[in-house]
Design a binder for this molecule. Structure first.
Ligand SMILES: *Cc1c(COP(=O)(O)O)cnc(C)c1O
Ligand code: SF4
Length: 330
């Protein structure tokens, strides 16, 4: 049986339904995973996780590596020294609302602020999406890209570009495909990891018809996040598939977890790309790993074939590329 046929067999829900069927309340999630309720106030950055993804959490385990990424804690609305609202000073690099032009030849656009999940460590959690993602900005964004022939790659980010409907996403792809100097379209997305059925047949057909090189960078932090359902949905895609992770204390800041993640993704045709050091956004201090990066990287080099070793990098506010950890000043 083809992978395509499988897709229709394994899901009774379409992705929009699955997106709505989730936990937007801390105690509802805790009850689902058999943990006692809390009296935490509702967090500023709301909780959000679809049921199909929450099913991967081990019941009764506060330390579950998926639960910890999505469960708000009492720490996060407390100001912490060195943790700020806009750690990357992104506003300084935004010539048009909804577009960042910081790196040579590459622009990053944020066509939506919505995500299928709310990761507690998210560096865009305080981002003013309302002023950046309006549909009305599309024309100005496209004009900017058309006017600068040094731009060869457009990165659709967000939020999560796969929160857009297929129709809206296609409008972006159509317009970008019409620009001759664009050779590559890239998407950074976590949605297929949390809702594999988002890669539905119609989206796959559109992506496979793309006339530019297409790169999809998934965002997976822990091997428990992915299984064969994702594999089946990735199989028909012709895009180059990469993964980026964020280094998170007690979740994936050890060689065993990262080695397992690289192998698991490789079996799905996904190559590791970046392992990001945490951006110091307000509310994320409890995710800051204190692991010895030299030792961690050395262990990855020893245990993985070179092509499965992610680049450990940090995004710095005024540097126009990711900075490898071994270039960072202490
Ligand atoms: C990370 C990033 C890019 C892409 O960088 P690559 O090294 O090509 O993956 C582009 N623009 C901005 C603003 C970024 O943060
Ligand atoms: S999916 Fe990405 S952009 Fe969305 S909340 Fe998670 S880390 Fe942030």
């Amino acid at each position: 049986m083809t992978a395509q046929a499988n897709i229709h067999l394994i899901h009774t829900q379409d992705w929009q339904e699955a997106l709505q069927d989730g936990f937007a309340d801390v105690n509802a999630l805790l009850e689902f995973v058999d943990l006692p309720k809390t009296d935490l106030p509702a967090p500023t950055f709301s909780q959000k996780i679809p049921r199909i993804f929450a099913q991967k959490i081990t019941k009764g385990d506060w330390h579950d590596p998926i639960l910890r990424q999505f469960l708000p804690t009492e720490h996060e609305d407390v100001p912490q020294t060195g943790y700020v609202l806009d750690p990357l000073a992104e506003r300084a690099h935004s010539p048009v609302p909804g577009l960042l032009h910081k790196y040579k030849g590459r622009v990053l656009i944020t066509p939506t602020g919505a995500c299928a999940v709310h990761c507690r460590y998210c560096f865009r959690r305080h981002y003013d999406y309302s002023s950046h993602t309006k549909q009305s900005h599309m024309a100005a964004i496209l004009d900017y890209i058309r006017a600068d022939s040094s731009i060869f790659e457009v990165i659709l980010s967000g939020g999560d570009p796969l929160s857009l409907s297929n129709a809206r996403l296609s409008k972006w792809l159509d317009a970008l495909e019409d620009i001759d100097h664009i050779s590559t379209i890239r998407m950074h997305t976590r949605t297929p990891v949390v809702l594999p059925m988002r890669l539905d047949a119609s989206l796959q057909a559109r992506l496979n018809a793309c006339t530019k090189s297409l790169v999809m960078v998934l965002h997976t932090n822990h091997p428990n996040e992915v299984d064969d359902t994702l594999k089946i949905h990735l199989e028909p895609l012709k895009a180059h598939l990469l993964n980026q992770s964020v280094l998170l204390k007690g979740i994936n800041d050890d060689a065993d977890t990262l080695v397992a993640l690289s192998y698991k993704l490789f079996k799905m045709g996904v190559m590791p790309y970046y392992l990001h050091m945490l951006d110091k956004v307000q509310g994320s201090a409890h995710f800051q790993s204190d692991v010895d990066l030299d030792a961690l990287y050395q262990a990855l080099l020893e245990r993985l074939p070179g092509y499965l070793v992610p680049k450990i990098v940090q995004e710095l506010p005024f540097v126009a590329n990711k900075t490898p950890f071994f270039y960072l000043a202490d």
